[in-house]
Design a protein around this ligand. Structure first.
Ligand code: ADP
Ligand code: MG
Length: 152
């Protein structure tokens, strides 16, 4: 997978703002894989995506429920597969190839089942507390994303 671009955010608001910009470029069936340690900013990013889809309901970490579904301008499927055990039984593929936008926290655990066009975002905490967000994709659809986000 190619690294498409890297950006830095200095606050929760900045991370949400990146998600708000990105959501304007997303459509039905897009899957975003969110990687990074606990507290790195994955759920914060998901809140920004939800805001961009005009979802009013509070988005929190679906760690215990594995998946939460929200209705916005597009459906949002927000998953946290950290505790997932017995993936096939849950039928998550239905969501990966569904008609909404799918966000998957700890996605590397289900990597084999994700669509080829998945956009990967790796969150990491820098020494100064800022967050690095690196975008990776193996599909040309995402190549222009940095430019469109105004960060390339
Ligand atoms: P994760 O889902 O990756 O475990 P969360 O988004 O739940 O992480 O938590 C990130 C925490 O870090 C929040 O408490 C948030 O306020 C804080 N934070 C500080 N700086 C940032 C930043 N630049 N981006 C995102 N979150 C940040
Ligand atoms: Mg989380």
């Amino acid at each position: 997978m190619e690294k498409v671009c890297v950006l830095t955010t200095a606050s929760e608001q900045e991370t949400r703002a990146v998600a708000l910009k990105l959501v304007t470029l997303l459509g039905t069936g897009d899957v975003l894989a969110l990687e990074g340690d606990l507290g790195a900013g994955k759920t914060t990013f998901a809140k920004g995506i939800a805001e961009g889809l005009a979802i009013e309901e509070e988005v929190d970490s679906p760690t215990f429920t594995i998946i939460k579904e929200y209705e916005g301008t597009l459906p949002l499927y927000h998953m946290d597969v950290y505790r997932l055990d017995g993936f096939e039984e849950l039928g998550l593929e239905e969501y990966f190839y569904g008609d909404g936008i799918c966000l998957v926290e700890w996605a590397s655990r289900v990597e084999a089942w994700l669509p080829e066009e998945t956009l990967w975002l790796r969150f990491s905490v820098r020494g100064d507390g800022t967050r690095e967000i690196a975008f990776y994709a193996g599909h040309s659809r995402w190549e222009s994303i940095c430019k469109e986000l105004g960060i390339g």
